[in-house]
Design a protein around this ligand. Structure first.
Ligand code: PXL
Length: 279
């Protein structure tokens, strides 16, 4: 059994060469927060799928061999996070990974990257939705956006006009599916984005409101999930971690608009990464 004082997280996510999302966001953010990130690639893309064309190489067939070596080496992790998954079988692989590597201290972060603006991503199938419902049951923290929360709970989607009661109901449904704590991200409330935080054992949610700084962009969910997992591993409460993540995303959007970064290029988080440095 290894013993390290620095925290380590296995990051199960894709690598997209252009557009700033998934691993190209997670690794630098976790590093600057003082955490060792250990990627498990799920797919290799030339760029994310919100561009009109993309090359997509599914890594499912290789993942069990890749993970098998980690098992042989007896590696251990303080955290496991999963993001974009490219096939239904891959979701099974993540379930197996969690079953094998978790112990009573491991934090499991499941970001059910399925879609946005009421629609599933181009690569997402019905079968994957069903598998994802199971994976959510293993989460210590699940971080869906509103679209994903709707797909997971069978709730009709709407762009705006969510009541707190409706949001709390969705978060409770996700807990009934097995997730310990739930953070529903980026709910538009007037000129604010609200994040609904329902912690394990709580009957009431807390609502982390951050003034909107501009439109959400591709990859903001990945930035949010990375900061949140890093902050929780560094000992912050889920509410404080949510606030840190939401404010960092807001600042990324402000900076990207200031620098006139095209929408599809995501957020230029690199410019303000220093704000996350662990002191
Ligand atoms: O940001 C989520 C994400 C991750 N990975 C890939 C994506 C997207 C969103 O479009 O296409 C490949």
């Amino acid at each position: 059994m290894e013993t390290y004082t620095q925290k380590k997280i296995a990051v199960i996510n894709d690598i997209s060469g252009y557009g700033r999302c998934s691993l190209t966001v997670a690794i630098p953010i976790l590093s600057v927060m003082g955490i060792q990130s250990c990627p498990v690639p799920t797919a290799i893309l030339s760029n994310h799928t919100e561009f009109p064309v993309y090359f997509f190489d599914d890594y499912t067939a290789k993942m069990r061999d890749y993970i098998g070596k980690w098992k042989e080496l007896g590696l251990t992790f303080d955290g496991i996070s999963s993001g974009f998954l490219g096939s239904a079988e891959q979701i099974e692989i993540v379930l197996e990974f969690v079953e094998h590597f978790r112990d009573e201290h491991t934090h499991i972060f499941i970001d059910p990257v399925m879609g946005d603006h009421g629609r599933l991503y181009a690569t997402y199938t019905e079968e994957m939705c069903e598998e994802m419902k199971q994976l959510v049951g293993y989460a210590d923290v699940v971080t869906p956006n509103v679209t994903e929360a709707c797909f997971l709970t069978g709730t009709p989607y709407k762009d705006s006009g969510w009541t707190r009661k409706e949001l709390l109901n969705m978060a409770m449904m996700l807990q009934l599916m097995g997730a310990k704590s739930v953070v529903i991200t980026g709910v538009r409330e007037g000129s604010f984005y609200t994040n609904v935080v329902l912690e394990q054992g709580c009957r009431e949610a807390s609502y982390v409101k951050v003034k909107s700084a501009g439109n959400q962009r591709p990859g903001t969910g990945d930035v949010f999930a990375s900061v949140l997992s890093g902050a929780v591993l560094n000992g912050k409460s889920l509410r404080d971690a949510t606030e840190m993540a939401a404010k960092f995303v807001r600042d990324c959007i402000t900076k990207s608009d200031e620098l006139d970064i095209p929408h599809s290029n995501g957020v230029c988080f690199e410019e303000i990464l220093g704000k996350l440095v662990k002191r």
